[in-house]
Design a protein around this ligand. Sequence first.
Ligand code: BEZ
Length: 228
Amino acid sequence: MCTGSPSEQATGQAANTATPMPRIGDSAPDFKAVTTHGELQFRDWQAGKWALLFSHPADFTPVCSTELTELARRNAEFEARNFKLIGVSIDSIHSHLAWVENLDQILKVRLPYPLIADTDKKVSQQFGMIHPGESSTVTVRALFFIDPKGTIRAIIYYPLNVGRNVDEILRVVDALQTAEANGVACPVNWKKGDKVIVPPPKTEKEVAARKALTNVERLDFYLIKKSL
Ligand code: BEZ
């Protein structure tokens, strides 16, 4: 028997009736959660700092174990950038607590950040972390970079079978903060200390103002790099 709407039958895909996924520039949904550090209200927990909210597919899985312990080892680098880390998966608090102990025993790393037990999938669904084409039962590897005002400033997704790169996550953190602090943009493969891009002009007046800039690498009127 054929089920689903005519468009579902035509595409072979389930209709997306879930909450719309938050996008860059949106206010991050606030939520109350049970975590390994106790119950928290996300915005209160953020306490005016940047937040990296990241999901992992499941506790007691190998790639997730490598990712979460590496984020733990490098937690001080996030703290130095005024960032707080918080993880989420649809596992129970009991599973999270047991996994935290197990990681400490086998890899000698204690997670310094909380893990949200999202058994009812409320947080995962609010943030669009379940991608049914990849898995309808667990969260993908999502990263939400949320600024101190609660605005989502960047989002990255990885599939279940590819672990994330902490250097790249920190590079995005540095790029977001450098761009904002200096009113500039960051070019391809940019890393802290590299030249930045003077944002392209939007008016003739701005074109004229860019002609007057000194100490810059001017490749054309719209492509100008400078050191900070
Ligand atoms: C892992 O973390 O190893 C993993 C989790 C879910 C699916 C595949 C791999």
